[in-house]
Write a protein that binds this ligand. Structure first.
Ligand SMILES: Nc1ncnc2c1ncn2[C@@H]1O[C@H](COP(=O)(O)OP(=O)(O)O)[C@@H](O)[C@H]1O
Ligand SMILES: [Mg+2]
Length: 340
């Protein structure tokens, strides 16, 4: 067992999240949404974050970008983007950073498209906010070009329309176009295809894959679907109950999954092209963790088929298999579970 988080001193690291811990005070007590997670994203790669609903994926992403709203609290952690801690930035600094260096796309495009302005105005304003010298006609030209690159043929006409006039897939394309306008170094995609019909899901996924090949933008791709992970990710972090239980390359996950939770998720893999819209992950037995009253010991133990005495008592250490692959489970700790 190696305690150090990353064995390589990787100069390619774009974003490094360490020990991030986020909670919400609620009427029932403290809700532990994210419990000290650490991972990094290298330039140009796609890091997948996978886990069932409620595992802390969105909270983690919002927090990095400064979107966490009161009463949410960051209890600990850093998120170093090219060495600068996003969590320590002022609101103003973050605003210039967002859109320009890091962009985010969501499951529901209406959450970021403005209903009262035309699509064209939203695109050109995004550009002119971030690049002061850009003229109106340059902004228009660049906006049309971007709409075309996300597969919108009739971009000229679309510029004059409003978000509510568009189909779900079209809105998603517009949101992606806005996110990519300023050529960010990192795109955070939070389940961007989950709310779409099957055909549109496949189209948007294809578009994101194409953009990936054409630019050197890195991505954090949040999903509950291992089929999508296989399609687009390089590496994956598996989240449950606010913890990362396993991390590794896509091959590590599909051929060498070590954690019982990852193995259970993999058994539930639906084919990307056979997904009906809104289909939840095929459920794993047992109820998901209550983040206000998490279990003692390993967070997954109440649902784990391999649970032993120590799993109920103590959180497992992280076992490192390779520079990329690690998991936190007592079974993997050299038989320590049986000995205790
Ligand atoms: N604004 C909030 N106030 C209280 N609890 C929240 C809030 N946002 C998220 N949570 C809780 O935090 C946990 C993680 O949520 P989330 O990150 O949205 O999960 P995921 O994206 O993995 O489905 C959940 O238990 C959720 O109910
Ligand atoms: Mg979410």
């Amino acid at each position: 067992m190696v305690d150090k988080l990353y064995q390589t001193n990787d100069s390619d690291i774009l974003l490094e999240i360490r020990d991030l811990d986020v909670s919400f005070p609620t009427g029932r007590g403290e809700l532990r949404a994210v419990n000290g997670i650490s991972y990094n994203v290298r330039r140009g790669e796609v890091m997948g974050i996978i886990g069932e609903s409620g595992s802390g994926k969105s909270v983690e992403a919002y927090t990095i970008l400064g979107f966490l709203k009161a009463p949410g609290k960051i209890n600990a952690g850093t998120a170093a983007f090219e060495g600068r801690d996003l969590l320590a930035m002022s609101r103003r600094e973050l605003e210039t950073f967002r859109g320009r260096e890091i962009s985010m796309i969501f499951q529901n495009p209406m959450s970021c498209l403005d209903p009262v302005f035309t699509i064209g105005r939203q695109l050109t304003e995004t550009l002119q906010t971030h690049f002061k010298g850009v003229s109106a006609s340059q902004a228009r030209e660049k906006s049309i070009e971007m709409l075309r690159s996300v597969g919108i043929r009739d971009a000229d006409r679309l510029m004059k329309r409003y978000a509510f006039e568009l189909s779900g897939g079209m809105r998603q394309r517009v949101m992606i176009a806005i996110a990519l306008l300023c050529s960010p170094k990192l795109l955070i995609a939070d389940e961007p295809t989950t709310a779409l019909d099957v055909t549109t899901q496949a189209q948007i996924l294809r578009l994101l894959k194409k953009l990936r090949r054409q630019t050197d933008m890195a991505m954090i791709y949040i999903t509950h679907n291992f089929g999508i992970v296989a399609e687009i990710c390089d590496r994956v972090s598996v989240m449950y109950g606010g913890y990362i239980l396993e991390q590794g390359t896509v091959d590590d996950m599909f051929y060498r999954a070590a954690h019982p939770y990852t193995q259970a998720l993999l058994k539930a893999v639906p084919r990307v092209d056979s997904l009906p819209p809104y289909e939840p992950l095929i459920p794993i037995e047992g109820a998901p963790v209550d983040p206000v009253n998490p279990p003692d010991g390993c967070v997954f133990h109440p649902r784990c088929a391999f649970c032993t005495e120590i799993c109920r008592r103590e959180a497992p250490p992280r076992t490192v298999f390779s520079a990329e692959h690690s998991a936190s489970c007592w079974r993997l700790d050299g038989g320590a579970a049986e000995e205790r």
